[in-house]
Design a protein around this ligand. Structure first.
Ligand code: E4P
Length: 217
């Protein structure tokens, strides 16, 4: 499973990229707002740091506007994936932009039927929002499983990009189901390395080591 980081925070992306585990980045209008940065400037900096797909989202609501904004965002770098919402207009924009050979990430997906349409319209990535479904007391992971089955049934090449990930269990479950990509906030990726038993075990080893009075270096 590929790891994308869901943030426009350059320091956080740099920090994770040093470990070599960042395969791409996703942003959205809310994350750009949070960064306090100009969308083109910050997206360019991200693209300079990361070789993989960097999603930048359009904000027009009509297909023509999305296509124009998408073409403009694509000028930032070769690794831009244009993000469009899963509306009828978004699907039209996806068809046009993917037909031009551009990467398209269709976002705000909340049903398997929406994902089926996005694949038919040539999406490179489909972004089902797990956490926001969980917020409605539904199981977001059921949607990932349904889309996996449908895409496998028909050999669609659209990659399932599990999004709106809120915790480490989401990461594990997305990997078990076979999502192609998971995009998570930096804190969730860091939390994947933590376990209380690791901390406890390390603490015990350190105490015993101190009693030996030895040094390695
Ligand atoms: C994905 O591309 C979105 O930017 C993101 O995962 C949304 O997550 P949220 O529901 O936590 O805002």
């Amino acid at each position: 499973m590929k790891f994308f980081v869901d943030t426009a925070d350059i320091d956080a992306i740099r920090d994770l990229s040093e470990l070599g585990i960042v395969d791409g980045v996703t942003t959205n209008p809310s994350l750009i707002m949070k960064s306090g940065r100009d969308i083109k400037e910050v997206t360019k900096e991200i693209c300079d740091l990361i070789d993989g797909p960097v999603s930048a989202e359009t904000v027009a609501l009509d297909a023509e506007g999305m296509v124009a904004e998408g073409r403009e965002l694509a000028k930032i770098a070769d690794n831009i994936a244009i993000k469009v919402p899963l509306t009828w207009e978004g699907l039209k924009a996806c068809k046009t932009l993917s037909g031009e050979g551009r990467m398209v990430n269709v976002t705000l997906c909340f049903s398997a039927n929406q994902a089926l349409l996005a694949a038919k319209a040539g999406a490179t990535f489909i972004s089902p929002f797990i956490g926001r479904l969980d917020d409605l007391n539904l199981d977001g992971m059921d949607l990932i499983a349904e889309i996996r089955q449908i895409y496998d049934n028909y050999g669609f090449e659209t990659e399932i990009l599990a999004a709106s990930i809120r915790n480490v269990n989401h990461m594990k479950e997305a990997a078990l189901i076979g999502a192609d990509v998971a995009t998570a906030p930096p804190g969730v990726i860091h939390a994947m390395a933590s376990h209380v038993m690791t901390d406890k075990g390390l603490d015990a080893f350190m105490k015993d080591w101190a009693k030996t009075g030895q040094k390695i270096l």
